[in-house]
Design a protein around this ligand. Sequence first.
Ligand code: FNR
Length: 370
Amino acid sequence: MFEDYAQLQSHVLCAQDFEVLAQTKIDDALFAYLSGGSGQEHSLKRNLDAFNEMTLTPNSLENVADGNSHWHYQEQRFSAPIILAPVAHQTLLHADGERACAQAAEALEQGMVLSTLSGYSLEDVADAANGWKAFQLYAQPRQQDSFDLIHRAHQAGYQAVVITVDAPVQQVSLQARHLGFKLPPEKPINLRPYDDLPTPKIKPDESYIFQGIMAQALNWKTLQNLMDYSRQLGLKVWVKGVLDPKQAQKLQTMGADALIVSNHGGRALDSAISSLEALPTIRQSVGPEMTLLLDSGIRSGQDIFKALASGADAVLVGRLQAYALGVAGALGVAHLLKLLTEELQLTMALCGCSNLQDIRMINLGDNNDV
Ligand code: FNR
């Protein structure tokens, strides 16, 4: 689509330009799978509305000449508080798939989270780039298989495990299903070493959702086992998919190193609160020191600023990453990260913030009741 970086730069001026281009380049059913949400898409819409409705107050006379957008997490310094979210099946979008995303994140000094359901194996992605990487875990029905995945991620050099808790059962977008979209039939590459589980036998009066899927889902006890195992190996543990302040507090007590406030981009429980709306009370409940990340609805650098002003330390981007990858592979994702960083820095400058700490101190005013 683009001959070189100069051409890409001249066409893609903001992150959402990638969405427009992706729609023309990617097959309709696949695009519907990426862009859509679960159910009637109430949460998907709410994610975007929450950001668009939030206002900011300019503050122009502060001296920000020494400013930067660096985010420090543990010993790591990221050039901006932006991490590539786990997005499954990326080789459907581009032949280089997750390897391209890992390379883009490394080049821009940012981080990435690799999905359990990646197109390349977790070992292959680790070989592709040396930057900061976390492995996202969908807990497997057999605990030993989850332990094995965590062990492999540790061996391959991932620094953290991100355990996703909000999608034990999930609906693909209605529009994608209407268009005939189907996920690849093969077992995802990371899961191939594990024997097939016997299909659960459901009696006629039993439910496939309860007795079939949920009987094998993560619960507080099994989550604690996975967290303990990861921490024994020296991995940081992040829990993804938290919207409830009480749940956040409990996870903090259990030893989570970070929480990702997320409604899975409107792809899990439809009518769930948006993560931006949920964030301030979660920040209050876990206190100022706990690392909190947010995803679901980030479409610009201004949105990143708003998330940080509402209590997040950093954000993740899901769909934007998928669109950029589909449009231009590693170069596209690198350009996306550059655009988001510049937009964040521009917003910081106009709001008188010279570092991320200044954003956290902002008084949001009465117009915003998020
Ligand atoms: C996702 N997401 C996701 N999350 C996860 O924990 N594991 C996964 O494998 C996937 N796969 C996935 C595929 C696709 C196509 C999308 C769009 C999303 C959710 C993702 O990590 C993130 O929470 C949302 O995408 C954030 O919302 P935005 O940035 O897309 O609005």
